[in-house]
Ligand binder design. Sequence first.
Ligand code: ZN
Length: 152
Amino acid sequence: MKHLRRNFFKLIGVSFLSTFLLPYKLLYSATKKIINPDLTEEQKNIMLNEATERPYSSPLNNEKRKGFFHCANCGAKLFSSDAKFDSGTGWPSFTESLPGAFKTKIDYSLGMKRIEYHCATCGVHHGHVFADGLQKKRFCSNGLCLIFKPGI
Ligand SMILES: [Zn+2]
C-alpha cells in the first residue's frame, strides 16, 4: 500500500511537471522555423536543439573586417562588427546585438542558470549571453548560426 502511494505521487509529480513544461516546449519549438533549405545537419542541431559548436571551430573567430553578421537561417541582421571582440572563449563574441535582433529565455540545462538567445525573426537558437568580466555583456555565439557580410 505504501509502495502504491509512492508510485501514485511519483506519477502525479511527473504529470504535473509535463503539464506545465510541455506546452511551453511545444510553443517554443513551434516558433522556430527553418527557412534556409541549405542548412547542414550540424547547423540545424544547434538552431533547433540548442547544441553548441566546438570552441575555436568557427572561422568567424578571426573575422576582423567591418560589416554585419546575419542569421544563417533567415538572413536577419543581428550584430555589427563594431560590437565584436576577442573573448578568448573560442566562440565569436559580441558586446551588444542590434536593437530587437534577439529574444531571450532562461535556460537551466547543464545545471546552471544561463540566458539563451534566439533570432527574433525566425526563432532559432544562436547562443547564450553572459554578464561577466570587463565587458558589460558577452553574446557567446555559435559561428555556424551566423553569416558575415563585409561592408558598412
Ligand atoms: Zn533568423
